[in-house]
Design a protein around this ligand. Structure first.
Ligand SMILES: [Zn+2]
Length: 292
């Protein structure tokens, strides 16, 4: 039997461990988002008129397979264990798989990469999410004054945003979608629209906005040439879309960030325009019985 002191130390240890809040965030995400969005894919409003019976769902062909690659260091090992136990990426992938007819199998690879990254490889039809990225998020949020508890939660949410950003690239490539403008902006847009219809989804988009805020470095010539928009532009674009969806809810945030009034009215129009655009692009690939 552990003494009370030992128990208190254990509790303190657990709450000082950002991985615990990663786990909590996954729990909240799975419970709220998956529950709410089983019929509706957030801002994209990919909805089915009536929920299919369990047996029908089981027959939905799964194109996205989640693969866990070898891990070496303790942190990725622990994260892998949490992901496997909660099946969070299987559930998030299922949101896409249940609605969209993908022409071929796609793998989601979770691995220790040795670098902070997440990427889609068209030639291999795979999305890779590095455990190192979540680790980087935890460090970044802690360095910027977040408690271990908060840093773990925000790191998981930012990882979910990144996952759907990569899904945006994957859909663009696998479905050969015509994208004008920068594909990186379109991927941020896809992720934000998809996440914008539930509170927990919005937390993911906001965690990504915080990431871009904290990661902003000196602006170099190379940064202007990059395929990504500048970190601060990505931050403001995410917030602009969230405001566009729910102006009242985000008024305080956009005022705090100093958005000009004339830009805000365009955010509302852009949210509708981009939702319509993605809906039109994805509609031909909707699974039978699904509305987009
Ligand atoms: Zn990208």
């Amino acid at each position: 039997m552990r003494s009370l002191l030992q128990r208190l130390q254990w509790v303190r240890f657990r709450f000082a461990n950002p991985l615990l809040t990663v786990l909590l965030a996954i729990g909240v995400f799975c419970y709220v988002t998956i529950g709410v969005q089983s019929q509706e894919l957030a801002g994209l409003s990919i909805s089915i008129p009536t929920p299919p019976a369990r047996t029908e769902l089981a027959q939905v062909e799964k194109r996205i397979q989640v693969i866990y690659s070898n891990t070496k260091r303790p942190f990725p090992k622990e994260l892998e264990r949490i992901y496997q136990k909660t099946q969070v990426f299987e559930k998030l992938s299922g949101l896409i798989d249940n609605k969209i007819n993908l022409p071929r199998n796609v793998r989601v690879i979770l691995k220790e990469c040795g670098v902070t990254n997440a990427f889609y490889r068209p030639s291999q039809h795979s999305i890779t999410i590095c455990y190192d990225l979540t680790e980087y998020f935890i460090d970044l949020f802690k360095k910027n004054g977040k408690t271990d508890y908060k840093a773990g939660e925000m790191a998981m949410y930012a990882t979910v945003f990144t996952f759907f950003h990569e899904v945006g690239h994957m859909l663009t490539s696998e479905l050969d979608l015509p994208i004008t403008g920068k594909e990186e902006d379109a991927a941020d847009q896809f992720s934000t629209l998809l996440l914008s219809k539930s509170d927990v989804g919005e937390r993911s988009a906001l965690a990504a906005a915080s990431w871009f805020n904290y990661a902003t470095g000196p602006t170099t010539r190379a940064a202007f040439m990059d395929e990504h928009s500048l970190d601060q532009q990505r931050l403001y674009y995410i917030v602009c879309l969230l405001y566009g969806d729910e102006p009242k809810k985000y008024t305080t945030l956009v005022q705090g960030l100093g958005f000009p009034r004339n830009r805000l009215s365009k955010c509302v129009k852009e949210y509708d325009q981009k939702t319509k655009a993605w809906r039109k692009l994805l509609s031909p690939y909707a699974k039978k019985g699904s509305l987009i």
